[in-house]
Design a protein around this ligand. Structure first.
Ligand code: SF4
Length: 295
């Protein structure tokens, strides 16, 4: 064990499910933005980059244990926000210790991308970055503003086109229910339009869940935001699944509250997924309005 020892993870692990087989290499703690009002992941943490020695020591530990992963996920909240030079150093070290690695993936915000030039994006692609997971959340600009996301739809269109121009692939995080009570179908239609135009490889739908520790809770208490119930969230997801029109799109919709999960590839699995949502709706529409708040 070296100076830093086995890496202690700080924060709540929030890795896209498609990355579960990747080796997660922490390169930072927390999220440098940390202002989205629905998010509780890193609010208790002061963002910091991990020292180079600590990152390299972790790579050496895995290398010496015989690890040679094909895919590596850089943690945490928005690793793509780090300086390009620093990312290029990490990528060089990765290929040194893990020659089998063919893809380095990480979370990014639209703002992170906007701070990099086209040359930097190309250099990062050439050095092995392949997938960026971006918190798109919704296709409605007023909801993005209300939730204090750090982008507008127009900015998202522009920045996604820039990464795709150099060959980077994007995966989207989104949340049905985010637009609040009575706006589920409107949000499904706007969000589907965004995805149909920008063509992500994957969509991970976390379905919003409300937490008293989230800043959004103050908006709920003050009556500025009324959460949709879970039944409405299911109806929203159904509409989204009907409208998504992206070839070979991997979809993963998770409902923590209902313990439901709808997974498949669109358009191939559309009918199967719709039937699963319908079955869930058939039961839940008979139940009282259901909204769970986490403490
Ligand atoms: S960018 Fe992501 S991790 Fe950071 S505050 Fe927003 S939702 Fe949370």
């Amino acid at each position: 064990m070296g100076k830093y020892g086995f890496m202690d993870y700080e924060g709540q692990i929030c890795r896209p499910p498609m990355e579960r087989a990747s080796y997660m290499l922490p390169v930072a703690v927390g999220c440098s933005y940390n202002a989205c009002t629905f998010c509780t992941l890193f609010k208790h943490l002061q963002y910091r980059q991990l020292p180079k020695e600590q990152i390299e020591e972790e790579m050496i530990r895995v290398h010496q244990a015989g690890g040679n992963p094909k895919t590596i996920f850089l943690g945490d909240g928005n690793a793509f926000g780090m300086a390009t030079e620093h990312l290029l150093w990490i990528l060089e070290r990765i290929h040194h210790y893990f020659p089998a690695c063919t893809a380095v993936n990480m979370d990014a915000t639209i703002t992170n991308i906007s701070h990099k030039s086209d040359e930097e994006l190309k250099a990062l692609y050439d050095a092995g970055v392949r997938r960026l997971y971006i918190g798109i959340e919704t296709g409605l600009d007023d909801v993005l503003r209300f939730m204090k996301k750090d982008h507008t739809l127009e900015q998202a269109y522009t920045q996604i086109a820039r990464i795709q121009a150099v060959g980077l692939i994007y995966g989207a995080h989104m949340m049905t229910g985010i637009a609040g009570k009575g706006r589920g179908i409107e949000n499904a239609e706007a969000t589907a339009e965004f995805f149909n135009r920008t063509k992500p490889e994957r969509i991970i739908n976390f379905n919003i869940f409300h937490h008293k520790r989230a800043p959004l809770w103050k908006d709920i208490e003050a009556g500025r935001y009324t959460p949709a119930d879970e039944q409405e969230n299911l109806r929203e997801e159904r509409r989204l699944l009907e409208l998504l029109d992206v070839p070979d799109l991997s979809y993963d919709g998770m409902h923590d509250v209902f313990e439901l999960r709808f997974r498949g590839t669109l358009p191939k699995d559309r009918e199967k997924l719709l039937a699963q949502v319908d079955k869930a709706l058939e039961y839940w529409e008979q139940q009282p309005s259901y909204l769970k708040i986490f403490r």
